[in-house]
Design a protein around this ligand. Structure first.
Ligand code: CP
Length: 325
């Protein structure tokens, strides 16, 4: 594990990224810089006029091949708060639906003046292909089962705001880990920060190769029993059950998932008394979380969404290499 010093002020020169494709290639110093810059963006968001000229004259395109509420909305708000011109495109409403290739679409957006392209794609790896073929900065807003880097960064920010630090915490990620790009990026990000990550789900929904030998991630453990997993947890992060997977025979049924892995009040009582409850959204209410836990005092689900705006402002700011706030 990287032993760079944490919790000190980072200089902007530590930022090395032209694209944000995942957090696996972020240094600790870069993650720390994102957290610091997010604090600065929160200050901007606390002003009566939440607008700064940082990206004036720049064009940000959101290019979404899959549905989204939080990620697309928060990138749009973030870019507008930074005074960028924003163009929103979806696969359904653009020439992609007529068969245009990803590379042609990117070249077209570039010709239209796109400086930053925020991209969600159903194929894992699509943003990496985009980064090879585009001069614009590419931000991965979720690719297939692979990665969702800005979600991991906003989750980390939310955890640090509640717990004061990340190192040494026990974070339990529960549910459909196998198909979750959120889980994959969180495993990288939290492990790098010295968090003890425990993955909990039915064996069929755990990724192959991430066993409890700790070969790839020494800090990551696997536990299929939720009661054992929740013991001493500082953070419980439930994931969306991707119901579409049920048809593929990976789960016997919803009732079994709820019986084994739903976070309810009784189970939450097994975690630390001050444990927080997270979920990236969208939530299947009364499946992953009971309604009382989702809307209860320990839920920070709404804060995650709000922090998403500030984290995405920070990422846009850092990619643009701007000094203006
Ligand atoms: N968390 C997340 O990615 O939500 P959306 O699908 O609504 O963007």
């Amino acid at each position: 594990m990287n032993k760079e010093t944490l919790n000190h002020t980072q200089d902007a020169s530590v930022w090395k990224h032209h694209h944000v494709l995942d957090v696996d290639d972020f240094s600790l110093a870069e993650i720390e810089l994102v957290m610091q810059t997010t604090d600065a963006m929160k200050e901007v968001l606390s002003r009566p006029i939440k607008k700064v000229p940082t990206l004036r004259g720049k064009t940000v395109v959101t290019l979404f091949y899959e549905a989204s509420t939080r990620t697309r909305g928060s990138f749009e708000v973030a870019a507008k708060n930074l005074s960028a011109d924003v163009v929103n495109m979806t696969a359904q409403s653009s020439s992609i639906s007529k068969g245009e290739s990803l590379i042609d679409t990117l070249k077209t957006l570039e010709a239209l003046g796109a400086n930053i392209i925020v991209m969600r794609h159903n194929f894992s790896g699509a943003p990496y292909l985009a980064a090879k073929h585009s001069k614009a900065n590419i931000i991965n807003a979720g690719d297939g089962w692979h990665a969702h880097p800005t979600q991991a960064l906003l989750d980390l920010y939310t955890i640090i705001k509640h717990k004061g630090k990340a190192e040494g915490l026990k974070v339990v990620i529960v549910g459909d880990i196998k198909h979750s790009r959120v889980a994959h990026s969180n495993i990288w990000c939290l492990s790098k920060m010295g968090v003890k990550v425990m993955l909990c789900g039915p064996p069929t929904l755990l990724p192959a190769g991430l066993d409890d030998t700790g070969e790839y991630f020494p800090q990551v453990a696997v536990e299929t029993d939720i009661q054992r997993a929740l013991k001493n947890a500082d953070v419980v992060m439930e994931l969306r059950l991707q119901k579409e997977r049920m048809q593929s025979g990976l789960l016997p049924g919803l009732r079994e998932f709820i019986g084994g892995y739903q976070l309810n009040r009784e189970r939450l009582a097994l975690a630390k008394p001050d444990a927080i409850v997270m979920h990236p959204g969208p939530v299947n209410e009364d499946i992953e979380l009971t309604t009382d836990v989702l809307h209860g005092a320990r839920s920070v689900v709404g804060e995650q969404v709000a922090n998403g705006v500030a984290v995405r402002m920070a990422i846009l700011y850092l990619l643009a290499g701007s000094k203006e706030l």
